[in-house]
Design a protein around this ligand. Structure first.
Ligand code: COA
Length: 551
């Protein structure tokens, strides 16, 4: 089928559907929902059989939904209506939630149903549920909807008894009363607005909340800081807040989401509690390094901590070291928000890229252990190439990679990508991958040998299998031979071209990106961190605007 994806933004769900539908042989193009005229023009040019709207904030124009089937992915069960579905489900502690694929008509979320899926809720931020449960359910429901459509079936009207229209959630609905709210309530309130729009509290924006069982204090008091997070007392305990937005200096001045300890400059004592963003575990001759940094973004400070933890892990008597990353993201490369907030973003970019390069170098030069990157969640830009520094790359089946930098203002990129990418896929494919600027699903990543194995649907299954595979690798009698091969190959590669030369060449290009006369990277970073809406669809996404399919 020819399918036009109409999206507010090409977000993780839209990307996942894009790669899965392309894999099934559908012809796809993408249009950002900028205005009705542009949407109508996209339909005219692309002549799709179907319009799919996985993430939309406005109604589809009537002229379009009357002309062709338009399927909307709604993150709620059949009958649920409104723009804050998942927010309400998290806030109200729903036990089960769902995804519905419905046919667009004149009323928001009110069309007939093509398919739906239900899933048990997890105590997690809205965005995490969206990236995992909602995404997996949406893919299944969309595929079922397409099958039904192809069979010539019709969608089913919703049982009127199920209809429940919820209003947009406002800040007042999730406002925290620190003198009354227990930890569980505070967590639900913050998680209902995480990642967007967060909970406004005393002028601050609160995100990324985690429970704390031991620290206590006067309700509402700030108690401690640890690894970028700050701890605040509730009536029955405390919560860690991992990310915050500062008070806005003016009514229209945008503010940045940052590690909480950068926003709350109070002199809080450093106390380790239940929440960590970096830790090491060991079992059966395998080391596991976890680094669930918020949004997979890595500041210079986080990279330095990761490097130290990695070096400590290397000193352990293990044979296999697995880089686990976080559950939702493995890594999205350098922390663009922290860079934006620095007095000199150019200097901070330079510091951060060097810090992440140091981590990549430590992985690349580990010769006495087999290293594995285990991607439960997505990775983007430098995060992908950091993963490729390991000997093996394993990923969950639904992971989507964005193995390119160019979208960020033509950033050249570092993380030794000019070494690790061609060594896996060859020069020609390496160029194609980085130029394409498109997301990549696991079947394609496997075909290109960017990833060695993809398995598991949910994170828990994936991680359980990672442990099994890593244990088997550590116990494999062939491991010493594998390590000997690895040492020989590294030595030969080093003799052909030293690692530091790759880095120096990449950084020379990055110096231009950061300090040169072309401000593209700085502009793109500003637009990204402040979420400036796109005014048009980039041509690498809008296939129908590159060439006219019906001359
Ligand atoms: N630095 C800071 N924040 C980042 C980040 C980065 N490198 N990458 C992602 N984020 C944040 C986003 O701002 C968003 O924040 P929110 O919680 O306020 O919504 C969140 O992580 C999720 O990202 P989003 O873009 O919504 O996810 P996605 O799945 O739709 O897209 C990417 C994933 C990787 C394609 C996209 O996030 C991206 O292009 N990131 C930048 C990658 C990059 O250029 N890194 C620098 C070069 S190494």
């Amino acid at each position: 089928m020819r399918i036009l994806l109409l999206v507010h933004a090409f977000n993780s769900l839209a990307q996942r559907l894009y790669v899965d539908l392309a894999e099934r042989g559908h012809t796809l193009s993408i249009e950002f929902d900028v205005n009705d005229g542009v949407t109508a023009e996209a339909v005219e040019r692309f002549r799709p059989d179907l319009l799919l709207a996985p993430f939309l904030k406005r109604a589809i124009p009537e002229a379009v939904w009357r002309r062709l089937p338009c399927l909307v992915v709604h993150p709620g069960p059949p009958g649920d209506r409104g723009p804050s579905s998942l927010d309400w489900a998290v806030l109200e502690g729903a036990a089960e939630w769902g995804v519905t694929v419905l046919q667009a008509n004149g009323e928001f979320d009110a069309g007939d149903v093509w398919a739906s899926r239900a899933f048990p809720m997890r105590a997690a931020p809205k965005a995490s549920l969206y990236r995992r449960e909602v995404t997996e359910a949406a893919v299944e429901a969309v595929l079922e909807a397409l099958e039904r459509l192809e069979r010539g079936e019709s969608p089913t009207p919703v049982d009127p008894a199920l209809v429940r229209t919820r209003p947009p959630m406002r800040q007042a609905d999730r406002a925290i009363d620190w003198s009354r709210d227990a930890t569980a309530t505070v967590l639900r309130k913050i998680r209902s607005g995480d990642g967007v729009p967060g909970v406004r509290d005393g002028g601050l924006g609160l995100f990324d909340a985690h429970p704390e069982s031991r620290l206590k204090g006067v309700p509402g008091a700030w108690l401690a800081r640890w690894q970028g997070a700050v701890c605040r007392a509730t009536v029955d305990g405390a919560v860690w807040i991992g990310a915050m937005k500062a008070r806005s200096p003016g009514p229209h001045a945008p503010t940045l989401k940052l590690p909480a300890s950068m926003v709350l400059a109070a002199d809080l004592p450093e106390v380790q509690g239940d929440h960590r963003d970096l830790w090491y575990e060991e079992a059966d001759g395998v080391g596991y390094l976890y680094f669930p940094f918020t949004n997979g973004a890595m500041s210079a400070e986080q990279c330095a901590r990761l490097l130290t933890a990695y070096q400590e892990a290397c000193r352990r008597d293990t044979r296999v070291l697995v880089l686990m990353g976080g559950e939702d993201f493995w890594s999205n490369g350098i922390h663009l928000n922290v860079i934006e907030a620095a007095p000199s973003p150019a200097d901070e970019s330079w510091r951060t890229i060097n810090a992440i390069d140091d981590v990549a170098r430590a992985v690349l030069t580990t010769t006495d252990k087999l290293t594995v990157s285990a991607l439960s969640g997505n990775a983007g830009a430098g995060g992908v190439f950091l993963a490729l520094a390991a000997d093996q790359v394993w990923a969950r089946g639904g992971v989507v990679l964005n193995p390119h930098y160019k979208g960020m203002g033509n950033l050249y990129g570092s993380e030794y990508w000019t070494y690790v990418l061609p060594r896996r896929v060859g020069e020609e494919r390496a160029r194609a991958v980085t130029e394409a600027r498109l997301p990549m699903g696991m079947p394609e990543a496997r075909r290109l040998a960017l990833v060695d194995a993809a398995f598991g649907v949910c994170v828990a299954n994936f991680r359980a299998e990672v442990v099994e595979r890593a244990r088997a690798l550590a116990a494999d009698p062939a491991l010493p031979a594998l390590l000997a091969d690895k040492r020989a190959r590294r030595a030969a590669d080093e003799a052909a071209k030293p690692l530091e030369q790759y880095r120096a060449e990449e950084l020379e290009r990055m110096r231009f990106n950061f300090y040169g006369f072309d401000p593209s990277y700085h502009v793109a970073r500003y637009n990204f961190v402040f979420k400036v809406p796109k005014s048009r669809t980039p041509l690498y996404l809008a296939a129908h605007r590159r060439t006219c399919p019906h001359p």
